[in-house]
Design a protein around this ligand. Structure first.
Ligand SMILES: NC(=O)c1ccc[n+]([C@@H]2O[C@H](COP(=O)([O-])OP(=O)(O)OC[C@H]3O[C@@H](n4cnc5c(N)ncnc54)[C@H](O)[C@@H]3O)[C@@H](O)[C@H]2O)c1
Ligand SMILES: NC(=O)c1ccc[n+]([C@@H]2O[C@H](COP(=O)([O-])OP(=O)(O)OC[C@H]3O[C@@H](n4cnc5c(N)ncnc54)[C@H](O)[C@@H]3O)[C@@H](O)[C@H]2O)c1
Lengths: 203, 203
């Protein structure tokens, strides 16, 4: 199988290509893409070679075509409904987030355990109680979820999500989740990104 | 210089090592670390070799010592004060976020342009008006900032931050920022993480 670390770079390539497209550029090269991303052009060619022949030597990549192929490889040539658990400050911001559309994801269900929040609507979605989460996710065959609860609730929420059929969890809470081997978990950890920058700052 | 892509992995190694430490493990190997992270042990050894000799062949790495060295390399053996611009739903969640402490960062100043929010306090920090941002950041010699404003305000905020002496920006808004070459920018983009997972889901 293709190494995780290679799969991890594909969404970065797709975002950069989409950006070039939005600026009216139709063709690019691994050299130009590499300069833009701070990744060597050899690394980009090697990564893409796992998936077949893209672009001809010397003529570069047709950006529209490569975007389509990457979307197919990443399974985002469709729209995945997403369950969001925890609708506090962060959860509300996520429910309003405009960065999901046209990139393969849509927040479809909201869950919280605070009685004062149950029944409120955000963007026409009703906040549902966590005791309805299992059935609701199962019935809608939702496979992707985001956790925006406090850290001490995140593991129990993850267990309930896996039981309901969720296969991919994006966790914002600062705690490592323990899940079965076939469940994918990604973390949003601002400190990782901040540390990537302090390396370059004056000591 | 060391490739960006290598620097990008060091915070991931540091987080994993700190986690092993918290579980009472004192020694590890690139093989064990690699299995944990989904990165080949050869890649880990190669990455670390950019910075000198860590651990002896066959005896592995002393985790406490390697953490100290990585913290020094990443410049997080100190605490960086951080300016946060935009104190709406996401900004409030960031101002309360417990994941910064003991990892090199502390939210030190809050800014917003909504008159109704100016003067409010969060965690003993007062929300200041953006027209005071330049002087306040300059006086406190803050070098790191986070943007949690709407996308259409983010570029103008970034320009003001750079002018005030900020050298590293973590941007949560879904828009690419244009900054001078010596300014570091990182993005929090949940879609990148979601796409890394959908690759593995049933088509
Ligand atoms: N990674 C990041 O960039 C980032 C940034 C800010 C905050 N956070 C994290 O996001 C999480 C949410 O932060 P916040 O400021 O919005 O907190 P908050 O307290 O405002 O919201 C948490 C919400 O979760 C709900 N909740 C609690 N337990 C629950 C459970 N068992 N099931 C369902 N809902 C439950 C609460 O009722 C509340 O509505 C925290 O873990 C915080 O550390 C992450
Ligand atoms: N990357 C992620 O994970 C993620 C998740 C959710 C939201 N977001 C993004 O974060 C941003 C904030 O989202 P939110 O839901 O908190 O929005 P919000 O409207 O609740 O908060 C925005 C805040 O910014 C302030 N503001 C607006 N213009 C400003 C300016 N020029 N200077 C200073 N402050 C200014 C507003 O007064 C408000 O307090 C948005 O860009 C949103 O798309 C990112």
């Amino acid at each position: 199988p293709v190494p995780d670390i290679v799969i991890g770079r594909l969404p970065i390539y797709l975002r950069a290509l989409k950006r070039l497209l939005s600026e009216g550029i139709e063709v690019t090269s691994s050299r130009e893409l590499g300069r833009w991303l701070g990744i060597s052009s050899a690394q980009i060619r090697k990564d893409l070679s796992h998936f077949g022949e893209f672009g001809k030597q010397g003529t570069g990549y047709h950006i529209g075509k490569l975007c389509g192929e990457l979307e197919q490889i990443l399974n985002v040539n469709r729209e995945w409904p997403v369950a969001l658990v925890g609708v506090g400050d962060l959860g509300r911001a996520l429910a309003h987030y405009g960065g999901f559309s046209h990139r393969g994801f849509r927040i479809a269900q909201l869950f919280d355990n605070d009685p004062a929040k149950i029944g409120q609507k955000i963007n026409e979605l009703e906040i549902m109680p966590v005791n309805k989460m299992g059935n609701s996710i199962e019935e809608a065959r939702i496979r992707v979820a985001m956790i925006a609860t406090p850290a001490d609730a995140a593991q129990e929420v993850a267990d309930a999500l896996v039981k309901a059929g969720i296969r991919a969890i994006l966790n914002y809470a600062p705690i490592a989740l323990i899940v079965p081997g076939d469940i994918r978990v990604q973390y949003i950890d601002p400190v990782i990104h901040l540390q990537r920058m302090t390396y370059y700052l004056e000591k």
